[in-house]
Every structure is written in structure tokens, then in C-alpha cells.
Design a protein. Structure first.
Lengths: 437, 638
């Protein structure tokens, strides 16, 4: 307050001094006592109003970009000034009252805007053109880490997930329990020594494979090097399924992994090469060259199937969210990889058996009544939301705890979560599935 | 007779000149389609051997020959973003908003003049006809004062654009080059027509000449509306570009560039918005003159003027939410993500403010009407029921502004345990909010009906039946609207959305059927006493000022929302904003900036009004001589 007054005085001292001079002048020069009293009083009111006006200006200046949300106080000060002036300068009374009232309305609306929660849209990500082929292996590996975990150095943080969404199912650290898909630590070495040598892999004889897909594309053949094995497993997860990780009931003939070069993940060939480079480098192994990696993928992914490289598109579209809520609900389930672990009636491809079947319109009310339920939800929608953002609050028997990632509260937008909750709350046992919206 | 004929001849020549001015830009525009559509086809054949680069329209998906440079990829620096020691975006925001305020006002007022002048021409009561004519003249006089300021502000806007965003403005003017001069010519045509219309008022005030004069107002408004449509095509292109390929290269068809996905809904929304805004400004002017009046005569005139302006403004305010609904539907159809950013994302809190303001606008309107009943003898019978209307409005308002889902970070979401607030989340679903606003609009219709029959008693033989029918109709309407709002809680969200249709249909039925029925019932009605124009409380005039200020604020708010939904794009998905201001401000900052713009507009226009009042002080001598400007006698009807 003290600062505001001193700043107002420093800004408006000339105007105030002139008015004070006028006041003295009227005091000295007007002979009629009544006229003198009127003139002096009006000038005094003028000085007060001027001072308030400069306080308002000083406050406006100080808080224009300020975060204390006090800027509407200026408008309130001007409202007071106008009404005070209107009382004594009656020839302009109507104008001043109307002006004052307008300032009052604006002060109220501005105050309201400042009272609401403040949300600021951050800066867009920098626009950068990526020249993959001129990158050093380390730069490529950094990109790979970003794709897998969402940022450089984030591979050591549990729960971080990037565009590739790999950590939703795979473990990456040595000894890390990985129940849904193989732990990828040691893969470059294992690929050559174990996988290619596995009779079920049937190197160079894809027709002998006992899997739902024999080859990534007609005539593609099988991998013959560690890198080709990795490329093939990305391009055609069904061509070879590591024992024990197949879709439940498929006897390891079918994988639950999606083809990550296809929507919704849609990694481009250079992005896949970056991911592989990180897997080699982080174990201190020398990766194949960028060109060789691209060739390995070209062997298994025909040109028509390759996602377009988005070099010229701004990175603005990229986001740390798996789904932002603008997608139809089936796509949100796909992007969140819910389909890999759950059966969700009405959602194509949702045939996973790692988690329970999601018929929450029927199940949620029963679980809320379960004496073993220790969560805080009171309704079906709250229960579903809780199971997504805090899966350990209640674990459906006989499924183990800590299988479902606890990152969906951060990785799905509020809109996406709402769509999921809305959909699942309408799924009931024996009833036709709800419409996808 | 010879004199009259010569006058007629001059008037017809004046009208022809206006039509000529209107057609001039259209004739000038004819080569554009040739450049745009046919020439490339012909060229394509001619240059078949040559390599002609083709591009695909980002919106229409048609192929066209590339005829322009790609959108520049700007970088932050003095070349693309020269600046003063201040945020360029804020300066442009200010210049743009002021130009828009004044532009909207000067485009809306001639439409009012046309309507009021027409009412004056067709009414049989000569005293009333004279009053309407005088009122229309007063309106155009106010608009003329603001007209030159609009042009000055337009110049400031262009200079601000050129100085602070040269690359962006260069790109846009390159795309719109085929119609840039047409826009300028339209402006010349608008000015010429406006001056002929204004200065010809006295010369063409009776008989055939009056019809010619009225026709001139039609031409004036056609030019004004086309001018606005052209201006809208720029913002339509920035939001939903078309006629260019992915790189932003012009593909030769200027109609595609103009006729973007959002152009039509924007046009409709702006016409209605301008009219409501213009009504608000004129009503505020009348309120100012009323409060400053020294005589009963002046008070009577400005009271009447304020009422007419308010009624016209509100008449266009009522359909505005429906036009807004269409615009939003088109936004969702064009880019769902854009719609979500608006209604359920970054900008959603601004829509909460908008809902609050819509409520304020309707509350102010109702308050004014209730106050206005005080100047009618016989309206006392309705005043005792006003408390029930207050109750209905208050309940509708509370429901309308209650948010159902809120914009939250995942952490906040977790803390709250869901996207809905534990208490508030039970309320404010879409059908209930629709119910809230429809109750408010229906109550406003009821207030208008009561006001219109305030000092009258119907004399038709079926008056009793008519009154009962109206009562039952309104009661059923409320039951239907509120019943559907409650029913919405028992059905899934996707089904619930569909309830808005019967709710809106109910409100519109009340609006059209009840106004029509009331009109028929009150034809030749017995008057309980005159409307004592001028005998209205000063508080009512503050309601008009509240209406005007709130509408100006809402216009600023909606303009900001529409513009900022592009986020970090100058032209959505075509030309990226690489300036240091490519982020979205907080709600508080936006509110402060909107307030600044609103107050600057009002302070400047009050200054213009005050200047006008200085000139008017010389008028009484002329007024007695009977020229326009004379204060008309209050009439008994409205």
C-alpha cells in the first residue's frame, strides 16, 4: 500500500501540485465567502480524485503482468473516483456516474475472471526438423529413450511412458518383474544366442511356424541377425511369441503386442531405429549402423505399410499424454493399451486376459458392497475412476496386485478418463454393449 | 409538379448511383473467378507438356494448380516479428478490438435505421410515423460520428499489423490479393452510400421520395453486410483454412479461401451479435441523454429511444445463443480438438464467464422491463407477480452457471476423486443447464408479453379464452422444460444431449406463438391510460447501461476465445506462430485486457456523445423550425 501511494505520488505529483496551486489561488483570489468555499471544496475533491486515479494507474502498471490478480482494484478505484467527482461536478454528473458504473461492471467481471482458477496454455514445443541419418548413435539413442520413456534420462524413473508406450507391458531394468511381456534387458545378446536358435522361431523356414501369422509380409522370410529378429518382432509380433507370453488360451500362437508401426502408436522406421539403438547402447553394446537398422525394418515392413515420417510437422502435436480425449472411446482404449489386458465388450481387439473383463455397470456396484473394498468411491463412476488412477485401491480376485500401471491418471487427459468412465459404466453383463462415442 | 419530378429524378439518380457503387466491386470481382477457377484449367491444358505443380486443398480436398508461395516459416527476430518494448500481441489485440467495436456499431445502426424508418413509413399514425422517422435520423447521426473513428481505427489496425507482424500480414494479403481491392472499394461504396443517405434525409422525407430513401438504406445495408462478410473471411481462413495446400500455397480458387468451414456460421453470429451490440450502444446513449436531460420533454424522448433500442437489441440477443450453437457444432465438425479446447479444455473457464454474462444480460433486460411497467397505468396488476419471475430467473440462473465437469490437471482430478465435484457434480448436466437458460428466456418472453399488455385490456370476444390459453401454454412450457431437465439425470449422457431440441423448441414456441397471439389480442385494445414516457426510475437507465457494458464485455470475451482457440497457429495448421507470445494467457489476464478494451471503447464513445451534445445545444432554435432534431411529442403507444 505504501509503495502504491509513493508510486502514485511520483507519477501524479505535477497534476496534484497544479490542483493544490489552484486551491491556494481560489483561497486568495475569491472574495465571496460562499463562492470561495465552493471552489476550494471542489478543488479539494479534485485533488482526492486525482490521487485515487493515479493510484489506480500505478496499480494497473504494477499488476499488468502480475500474478497477484489485484489489477481489478484499479477499476474499483476509478469507480469510486467517478462517483465522488459526480457528486461535486454536477454539470458532468450523468457522464461521470455512467462512466463510474461502467467501471464498476468491468471491475466485477475482471475480478470474476481473476478469481477463477488460472489456466495458462504453455509455450508450444519447439519446431525442429530431425535429420535422423546424420545423428550420432548417442543422439539416436537419446531419441529412442524419449520415444520409450517420454524423455532423456527417464528410463531410470519408474512409471514413465513415452509415445511408444513400451513400458506399459515390458520391463527394461535387469531383474525387473515383467509379467505381461518379456523384460527387454539383455535383448541384443539374447536375440542372437537364444531366439534365433529356438526351433519354434524356425529361422529361414517360416512355413514351419505354429503361429497365427507366419511371416510379416508374403515373402519377407525370417530374421537372420539379432537386429533382424528385433525388427521382425516389432513388425510382426505374432510371427514368434516368446514362450509364456502369448495371448491367454492361444498356446503362445498369438501375441498380445500391437504392431507399433501402425495406428494408434505409428512409430516411423527412423523412430524404430532410434528405439533399437537405445537398447544396444544402454548395455554398452555397439549398435548396427542407422542404415542397417532401416534396412532390417524395410525387410519386414512393406512401403505401403510404413507410417509417414512427420519431419515437417511441428512437434506441437506431440504430447506426453497417451490420449487427449478428442478421440472416440475405442481409440482411447487402444492408445492406453487397455485392450492388451482386458476384455471390453463392444471394443474391437479388446481381448486381453491379464486383467478382469470390464463390465463395470454390473460389477462396480457389487465391488463397492464387497467387505474387502477399502477404497473411497461411493458410486459406479467413482469406482471406475479410482480403479484407473489408483489400481491398487481394490484388486479383483484372482488377479495379482501391481500388474496394472499406475500412470493413467497422468497419461490420460481428464476428457479421455471421462470417456472411459462413461463407457465402462454403461457396460452390463448380458446387455448389448453401449454405443461408441 | 416540375419541381417534384426533378426531385424524383435526382432521387432515382441517387439510388442508381448507390446501386452502381454496390455493383462496382462485384464487377471488379468478376476477373477473380477467372483467375481463380477457369484460368488454371485453361493454363493446365496449354502447359500440359510443362511441369505444372499441383496441390491438394486442405479442406475441400480438390486439386488445384499452385499459384502462391507457401506460408512463411517465421523465426523469432526483427525480420518476422519486429516489436516495441511491449507485447505485440496485446497491441494488436487492442487495435483489432477497438476497430471491431466501432465497425460493429456502424454496421448495426443502419440496419436499425432501416427497420425504424420502415416502421415510420408503414404506420398510419402520423405523429408516431414522425417519431419513428426522427428516431431513425437520431440513430444514423450517432453512427455517422462513429464512422470516421471506425475508418481511423481500421488504418491503425493495418499499420499495427504491418509494423508488428509483417510476415503474417504479408502472407494473408497474398492469399486474399484477388479481393483486397474489392474490400477497399466496398468501403468507398459504404461511405458514399451512407453520406447520400444521411444528407438526403430532409430532401426525401415524403411520398415516393421517402420510398427511394428507404431503398437507399437497403442498398447501404447490403454493402455493409458484404463488407462484413469479406472481413469475416479473413478470420474464417485463419481458423479453418481452405483453398490452400498443406504448405499454405494458394491453389487459385479464391471462393474456396473465402468460403471456409466456419465462414457461414461466423457471418450469422456476427450479424446477430452486431445488432444486439448496436442496440446496447444506442440504449446506453439514450440512457446517458435521459440522465443528463433537464426537461420532461427530453426525458420522454430519450426514455422512448432507450426502450426501442433495448427491444431491438434483445430481439437479436434471443436468437444469438442458437447461432452460437450452430457455430460450435461446425467447429466440432471441422476439428473436434478445437471444440474440446473451447468447451472442455484450456478455454473452458471462459465459457463459465460467458454463461454468467448471458444470465446478467437477461436479468438486466427483465429488470428494465419491470421498471418500465412503472410508467404505465394499469400495469400494477402484473407487478405483484414479478417476485415469482425473480424466483424463476434466479433458479434458472443458478442451474445455468453450475459447472458439471471441470478443467483439471490429473493431480487435481485425483485429489477430487473424479472429474465431478462431490456435491456440484450432481448438478449442471447439459439438459439441466439447457433447462436453466430456457427458463430464463421463456421468463423474458413472459416479461415482454406483460409489458406489451401492461396498460391495455383486450377487447376481442375471446379474450378470456385467449388469456387462459396463454397461461396454460406458458405453464406447460415451464413444466416441459423443467421436466426434461430433471429427466436428463436418469438417462445416459449421449441420450441426454438430445433433450436440448425439445427444450429449445418449447422456448421458441413461446416466443413466436405467444407474441403473435398477444399481438392479435391487443389489436384495438382498450387503453387503461397513456404510457407516461420519461416517468421511469433512474435505476432502469442503469439497467440499460449494464446491458450495454455487459454486452460489450461479452463481445470482447467471445472474440478472444475465438481467436485464441488457434493456440500457436497464425493460420490453423498452416502457419505457425513463432513469436515469443505463442502461448495462451491466463483467464485473469484475458479478463483484465477485455475490461481495458471495453472501458477504452466506452470512454471514447462517451466522449463522442458528449461532443455531439455540445453541437446539439445550438439545436433548439432550429428545432422549432421543424427540421430533424426537433424533440417529438410522446405518443401513447409503443
Amino acid at each position: 500500500m505504501g509503495n502504491l501511494i509513493s508510486e502514485a505520488l511520483s507519477m501524479g505529483w505535477v497534476a496534484i501540485a497544479i490542483l493544490a496551486g489552484l486551491l491556494v489561488y481560489f483561497q486568495v483570489s475569491i472574495a465571496d465567502p460562499a463562492a470561495k468555499k465552493r471552489a476550494v471544496f471542489k478543488t479539494f475533491i479534485g485533488i482526492v480524485a486525482t490521487f485515487l486515479l493515479f493510484m489506480a494507474i500505478a496499480n494497473y502498471k504494477n499488476n499488468f503482468y502480475g500474478e497477484n490478480r489485484m489489477l481489478p482494484a484499479s477499476l474499483a478505484l476509478i469507480t469510486v473516483t467517478s462517483f465522488v467527482m459526480a457528486m461535486y461536478f454536477t454539470n458532468l454528473g450523468a457522464l461521470l456516474k455512467i462512466g463510474g458504473f461502467m467501471f464498476f461492471v468491468a471491475a466485477f467481471l475482471s475480478g470474476y475472471g481473476n478469481w477463477l482458477p488460472q489456466v495458462e496454455g504453455g509455450f508450444p514445443p519447439k519446431e525442429e526438423k530431425i535429420t535422423w541419418d546424420s545423428m550420432t548413435p548417442q543422439q539416436l539413442a537419446d531419441k529412442g529413450e524419449e520415444i520409450i520413456f517420454g524423455g532423456i534420462g527417464k528410463s531410470s524413473v519408474q512409471g514413465e511412458i513415452g509415445k511408444g508406450q513400451c513400458p506399459l507391458c515390458h520391463g527394461f531394468q535387469k531383474g525387473f518383474l515383467s509379467e505381461r511381456a518379456p523384460n527387454l534387458y539383455g535383448l541384443p545378446e539374447r536375440a542372437e544366442k537364444e531366439r534365433l536358435a529356438d526351433p519354434r522361431y524356425s529361422m529361414n523356414a517360416p512355413a514351419k511356424r505354429d503361429t497365427v501369422e507366419k511371416e510379416a509380409c508374403p515373402g519377407c522370410g525370417t530374421g537372420t541377425t539379432a537386429q533382424e529378429y528385433i525388427a521382425e518382432s516389432h513388425a510382426c509380433p505374432n510371427c514368434y511369441v516368446v514362450a509364456g507370453f502369448g495371448l491367454k488360451g492361444s498356446n503362445d500362437r498369438e501375441s498380445q503386442m500391437p504392431k507399433i508401426h501402425k495406428p494408434p502408436i505409428s512409430l516411423s522406421l527412423p523412430e524404430l531405429a532410434a528405439v533399437d539403438t537405445w537398447m544396444y547402447l544402454r548395455e554398452g553394446k555397439e549398435p548396427p549402423s542407422y542404415e542397417d537398422m532401416i534396412k532390417s525394418y524395410e525387410k519386414f515392413i512393406p512401403e505401403s505399410d510404413r507410417p509417414k515420417q512427420q519431419e515437417d510437422k511441428p512437434a506441437g502435436a506431440a504430447s506426453s499424454l497417451l490420449a487427449d480425449g478428442s478421440e472416440p472411446v475405442d481409440q482411447i482404449f487402444a492408445k492406453g493399451q487397455c485392450v492388451s489386458c482386458h476384455v471390453i465388450p463392444g471394443i474391437p481387439g479388446a481381448v486381453g486376459t491379464i486383467g478382469p473383463k470390464l463390465e463395470e455397470g454390473t460389477n462396480a456396484p457389487l465391488r463397492l458392497k464387497d467387505p474387502g473394498y477399502k477404497g473411497t468411491a461411493k458410486s459406479t463412476t467413482e469406482y471406475i475412476m479410482e480403479s484407473i488412477v489408483e489400481p491398487s485401491a481394490y484388486v479383483v480376485k484372482p488377479f495379482p496386485d501391481n500388474t496394472m500401471p499406475k500412470v493413467f491418471g497422468q497419461k490420460l487427459s481428464a476428457g479421455a478418463l471421462k470417456k472411459i468412465v462413461d463407457y465402462l459404466s454403461q457396460v452390463k453383463v448380458g446387455a448389448p454393449p453401449p454405443k461408441i462415442s | 409538379m416540375g419541381l417534384v419530378t426533378r426531385k424524383n429524378l435526382f432521387a432515382i439518380m441517387g439510388l442508381c448511383a448507390m446501386v452502381g457503387l454496390l455493383l462496382l466491386p462485384i464487377v471488379m470481382a468478376l476477373p477473380s473467378p477467372a483467375i481463380g477457377e477457369e484460368a488454371p484449367a485453361a493454363d493446365a491444358e496449354k502447359k500440359e507438356g510443362d511441369k505444372v505443380e499441383k496441390g491438394r486443398d486442405v479442406y475441400y480436398k480438390t486439386e488445384g494448380i499452385v499459384m502462391g508461395a507457401p506460408a512463411p516459416k517465421t523465426v523469432d527476430g526483427p525480420r518476422d516479428y519486429p516489436r516495441y518494448n511491449f507485447e505485440s500481441r496485446v497491441l494488436l489485440w487492442f487495435a483489432n478490438q477497438q476497430h471491431l467495436y466501432y465497425g460493429s456499431f456502424v454496421l448495426a445502426v443502419p440496419i436499425f435505421c432501416m427497420i425504424i424508418e420502415f416502421m415510420g413509413v408503414v404506420t398510419k399514425d402520423k405523429a408516431l410515423a414522425k417519431r419513428y422517422d426522427q428516431l431513425a435520423y437520431d440513430f444514423i447521426k450517432i453512427s455517422l460520428t462513429a464512422y470516421s473513428l471506425t475508418a481511423v481505427l481500421g488504418g491503425i489496425l493495418i499499420f499495427t499489423f504491418l509494423t508488428l507482424y509483417p510476415a503474417f500480414f504479408g502472407y494473408l494479403s497474398g492469399i486474399f490479393r484477388p479481393v483486397m481491392h474489392i474490400y477497399a472499394l466496398m468501403f468507398v461504396a459504404e461511405s458514399g452510400t451512407l453520406y447520400i443517405y444521411y444528407y438526403g434525409w430532409d430532401k426525401m422525407k415524403e411520398g415516393f421520395l421517402k420510398w427511394i430513401h428507404l431503398s437507399m438504406s437497403v442498398v447501404l445495408n447490403i454493402i455493409g453486410t458484404l463488407l462484413m462478410f469479406l472481413a469475416n473471411s479473413w478470420i474464417g481462413f485463419m481458423m479453418s483454412p481452405a483453398g490452400v495446400d498443406e504448405q499454405g500455397r494458394f491453389l487459385g480458387n479464391i471462393w474456396h479461401v473465402i468460403h471456409t468451414a466456419l465462414w457461414n456460421p461466423l457471418n450469422l453470429h456476427r450479424i446477430l451479435g452486431n445488432m444486439a451490440f448496436g442496440g446496447g450502444v444506442v440504449a446506453a446513449y439514450a440512457a446517458y441523454k435521459f440522465l443528463a436531460s433537464k426537461t420532461d420533454e427530453d426525458r420522454a424522448h430519450y426514455d422512448w429511444m432507450g426502450y426501442i433500442a433495448m427491444a431491438l437489441g434483445v430481439a437479436f440477443l434471443i436468437p444469438l445463443p442458437f447461432a452460437g450453437y450452430w457455430l460450435m457444432r461446425e467447429v466440432y465438425a471441422y476439428r473436434q480438438q478445437m471444440g474440446i479446447t473451447l468447451m472442455g479444455g484450456l478455454l473452458a473457464w471462459l465459457f463459465i464467464i460467458q454463461a454468467t454474462m448471458i444470465g446478467i444480460l437477461f436479468l438486466s433486460t427483465n429488470y428494465y422491463l419491470w421498471q418500465a411497467m412503472g410508467r404505465m397505468r394499469g400495469a400494477e396488476k402484473y407487478q405483484r407477480y414479478i417476485k415469482y419471475l425473480v424466483f424463476l430467473l434466479a433458479c434458472g440462473y443458478m442451474v445455468f452457471i453450475t459447472p458439471h465437469t471441470m478443467v483439471m490437471t490429473p493431480a487435481e482430478l485425483k485429489a477430487m476423486g473424479g472429474q465431478q465435484h462431490p456435491v456440484l457434480g450432481n448438478y449442471g448436466v447439459m439438459s439441466a443447464k439447457n433447462g436453466g437458460i430456457n427458463v430464463i428466456i421463456t421468463t423474458t418472453v413472459l416479461s415482454f408479453v406483460w409489458y406489451m399488455r401492461g396498460n391495455k385490456v383486450s377487447t376481442v370476444s375471446w379474450a378470456k379464452f385467449g388469456n387462459i390459453f396463454m397461461g396454460v401454454f406458458f405453464a406447460c412450457a415451464y413444466i416441459n422444460i423443467i421436466g426434461l431437465a430433471v429427466y436428463g439425470y436418469y438417462i445416459p449422457a449421449n441420450v441426454r444431449v438430445g433433450l436440448s431440441v425439445p427444450q429449445v423448441a418449447t422456448t421458441l414456441s413461446c416466443l413466436f406463438f405467444m407474441f403473435a397471439l398477444n399481438g392479435v389480442m391487443m389489436k384495438g385494445a382498450k387503453q387503461m391510460g397513456p404510457i407516461e414516457w420519461g416517468k421511469i426510475s433512474a435505476r432502469s437507465q442503469y439497467a440499460l447501461i449494464m446491458l450495454a457494458t455487459a454486452f460489450t464485455w461479452m463481445m470482447g470475451l467471445m472474440g478472444y476465445i475465438r481467436s485464441s482457440v488457434r493456440l500457436f497457429w497464425h493460420v490453423n495448421e498452416i502457419m505457425r506462430d513463432n513469436s515469443p507470445w505463442a502461448y495462451t494467457h491466463t483467464v485473469g489476464f484475458a479478463a483484465n485486457m477485455i475490461s481495458f478494451n471495453v472501458l477504452f471503447f466506452w470512454v471514447s464513445i462517451l466522449f463522442v456523445f458528449w461532443l455531439g451534445s455540445l453541437a446539439a445545444k445550438k439545436a433548439p432554435v432550429e428545432a422549432k423550425a421543424g427540421v430533424p432534431g426537433a424533440v417529438p411529442q410522446p405518443a401513447a403507444s409503443h
